[in-house]
Ligand binder design. Structure first.
Ligand SMILES: Nc1ncnc2c1ncn2[C@@H]1O[C@H](COP(=O)(O)OP(=O)(O)OP(=O)(O)O)[C@@H](O)[C@H]1O
Length: 238
């Protein structure tokens, strides 16, 4: 085991965040996630789940506290360093997927390693090998071969696009996957089936997961549940 493999995956300490003009402040309890651990974060709509993921990804900078991923403190990095670190080590599934609708599913998945040579190397190095890995991931996540090269991802169903978004987040084996309610548009049976495939793929690479959702019925799929209670905390009323 090398030095980076021994480090805890994620640590947060005393996180506080206030949206400009928002009038609310997020106060997040200290949170540790071990390598390969899968954590379900539950909270109602508006409780700050997406905001928390933005902080964990280093996209939002906390007003107080810090996020440390694999021993690297986001506060210690300049913006360009945070971008590079995120590209190398984090996968993110957005609530609305954020796919490029005019590209094929395989091309969308390959974009997951476009900004990281380390990620590209782990996905196979050469473009043809990365495309093979993109197809393997799509298949593993339940998207049939017949649509892999289909010209426009925008023509796929919501459930199919969700699989493309998950494959894009997982290509190149990131250490940490952050997922923002990617299953909210699906019926329960499809949701459970998709989660089983997603978590099985994460287990293959030892990818740790923080998955946020308002749907508590998903909690059983994960190692542990964290409840976002007690925030947002109103700060404007004094
Ligand atoms: N860009 C923004 N500017 C100002 N306030 C924001 C912004 N984004 C979110 N907020 C506020 O932060 C709070 C938490 O929002 P957030 O989207 O993190 O919640 P959520 O739990 O992910 O909600 P949902 O389940 O509906 O997606 C809300 O009060 C929201 O209005």
């Amino acid at each position: 085991m090398n030095a980076i493999e021994r480090l805890p995956l994620l640590r947060t300490r005393s996180l506080r965040y206030a949206w400009p003009r928002g009038g609310v402040m997020l106060a997040v309890n200290d949170m540790d996630v071990a390598r390969g651990e899968t954590v379900f974060v539950h909270g109602p709509s508006g409780s700050g789940k997406s905001t928390l993921l933005g902080l964990l990804a280093g996209v939002l900078a906390p007003g107080e506290g810090d996020v440390v991923v694999l021993g690297t403190s986001f506060a210690s990095l300049a913006a360009a360093g945070r971008d590079r670190f995120r590209a190398d080590h984090l996968g993110y599934i957005f609530q609305q997927f954020n796919l490029l609708p005019f590209l094929s599913p395989v091309e969308n998945v390959m974009l997951g390693c476009a900004w990281s040579t380390e990620r590209s190397r782990r996905a196979g190095g050469h473009r043809a090998h990365i495309a093979d890995e993109a197809r393997r991931l799509l298949q593993a996540l339940g998207l049939g071969e017949s649509v892999h090269g289909r010209a426009r991802t925008g023509e796929l169903s919501v459930g199919q696009q969700q699989r493309v978004a998950a494959a894009r987040a997982l290509i190149g084996g990131p250490s940490l996957l952050l997922a923002d309610e990617p299953t909210s548009a699906l019926d329960k049976a499809s949701r459970d089936a998709f989660l089983r495939l997603l978590l099985a793929e994460c287990a293959v690479h030892g990818t740790g997961v923080v998955f946020v959702s308002h749907d508590l019925s998903l909690a059983g799929h994960f190692d542990r549940t964290v409840v976002l209670d007690g925030f947002p905390v109103d700060t404007l009323e004094s």
